[in-house]
Every structure is written in C-alpha cells, then in structure tokens.
Design a protein around this ligand. Sequence first.
Ligand code: DGY
Length: 323
Amino acid sequence: MSKPKVLVTRRWPAPVEARLQELFDVTLDEADQPLGPQQLQEALRSYDCVMPTVTDPLPAEVLQVEPLRTKILGNFGVGYNHIDVESAKALGLTVTNTPDVLTDCTADIAMTLMLMVARRAGEGERQVRAGQWSGWRPTHLLGTKVVGKTLGLIGFGRIARAMAKKAHHGFDMPVIFYDPYPPADDLCQALGASRRGSVEEVLQQADFVALHCPGSKENRHLINAERLALMKPGAYLINTARGDVVDNEALIQALKNKAIAGAGLDVYEGEPRLNPSFLELENAVLLPHLGSATEETRIAMGMRVIENVTAFFAGQTPRDKVV
Ligand code: DGY
C-alpha cells in the first residue's frame, strides 16, 4: 500500500522529521517560512494530510477548495483557533491537536513571566547589557514579592492547573480561578485553588492574573478596558494563551497609565508584528511565543502529531481528535 502523502508546513525538530520520513511520503519545509493562503489551498488539493501549526491560518475561505484531497489536519500545537474547525468538520476533515505534552513547559513560561515582571528582571537585564548598571543600592529596581500573593487563573484547564501546582506548592500562593467547567473539589483542594463565580471576581481579587483560556471568537478581547480597570493597581497580567484574548490597545493604555503594575506576555494580537507601543513599556516583559519551546516538548508534540495521523490512516480514531 502506498504511503500517505503528507505536507509539513514548518521545520520540525530533527528526530521528528526523521520519523516522518520513515512513515510517510512527506514533504518537509526546508525554508521554514509560513505558507500563504494560496499555498495552503494548493496543499489541501495535493496532500492526504497537512500538518499545520499556529502560523497557518485556515479559515473557511481557505479550507473550501475543490477537489479537496486532504483528509486530516494534524495540527502541531494544542491551540487550534487558527483553524475553522466547524468548516473543517463540514468538509469531512479530521482535525487533531497535541495536548498534554506541552502542559508543564507552557506553565513554566507563565511562571517565568510572573517572576520576571514582578522582579523587574527584563529591566535589570537591559540595564546590565546597556552598561548602565551603576552598582548595588538599597532602592535599585525594587519589585514585588511573589511568595504568598494571590494567583488568579482565567480558565482552569491542564496548563492552568500545572501553574497552580507550581505557584501553590512552590511559592505558597493562594490560587483562585474562574472556569465555566471547574474540576472536582478534591482536585481544587490539592492545588490550593478555590473557584470564583466570574472573571470579574478573579480580576478584582488577584495579585497576578494569568490567562489560560482558549483563543476563540467568544474569548476575543475577554480582557478589555473595563475588565482591566477592575484589577488592583498593583496587580500584574500574564498571557501565555492567545494574543487576542486581550485587547492589546487597552492593555497598553493600562500599562502606560500604571492602572496595573505590569504585564508578562508571550502572545500578541497580530504576532509576530506586535503593537510597537509595547516596546516602549518598561513594565511589560515580552517573550516571543516560547510557551512550548523546549527540545523535549517540541519533539513530543511532533511525535504526538505522528501518533494521531498514523492512527487515522490505520482506520482508528486519533487520540487527540478535535473534530
Ligand atoms: C500551542 O500549542 O497552541 C502553542 O501556542 C504553540 O506552542
């Protein structure tokens, strides 16, 4: 039987590409450049499987090609808001993602951002690199103590729970969260987490608010000017979810006006072309979407895509079937 014809849209870690070459008639992306809509449409006409990632927008207009050869989109990443899954489903396409394997590393980046912004680590590093550090002094770059502060989580899925575990057990932080589908009470207790009835309550009570809700039409600008205004003036916002969960313009205003103390961001509206005003804000820590960026995790993500697609072509239901 001939091997399925597969297109990978970006460079993947070498061990995963090697495995792909063993299993599939695969086209790899040597150039490692995001594909445009026409190239994606060409791929949908020519390959049995496309393996896209977060940099490949696949809205309904792109998915609707004729003839559609692709049967499965094996997405590299847990988030799939770049794919119109309803249209994919209507076209008979299967879509899979890569949960679990990136949970800890993404939670680590949320912790990194929380610590960096609270302790002004980005500002300090900029000073040292610019040769502007004049030496130790009692009032130099005073930040905010993290231990014992309240962590507020918007969304309480896998990554939020991993962050809660690290924050509660490592930093003695009481955890509060809002999630419309909360887990069982014993799990919350083990993480020192207590539920709040609304996003607003979390924003009002937390010292650090970390966003862990999916990117979606419904969650677009969930954190807007009105909601930012509910946060304590000394509080910090951490976003490792998706850029458009936050109204970036409103956040920039809140940071400029010191309506909140700071923000730690890994994701942006329109990334990688983030709003240039962010670059002028000393109270923002800015990372380039590094959530899952470890050798171990990126290999595990690729292997998980392979597992899903292999199961699909063997006539089984892939473990991470989204639709
Ligand atoms: C995901 O998996 O959705 C991340 O944002 C990319 O690591």
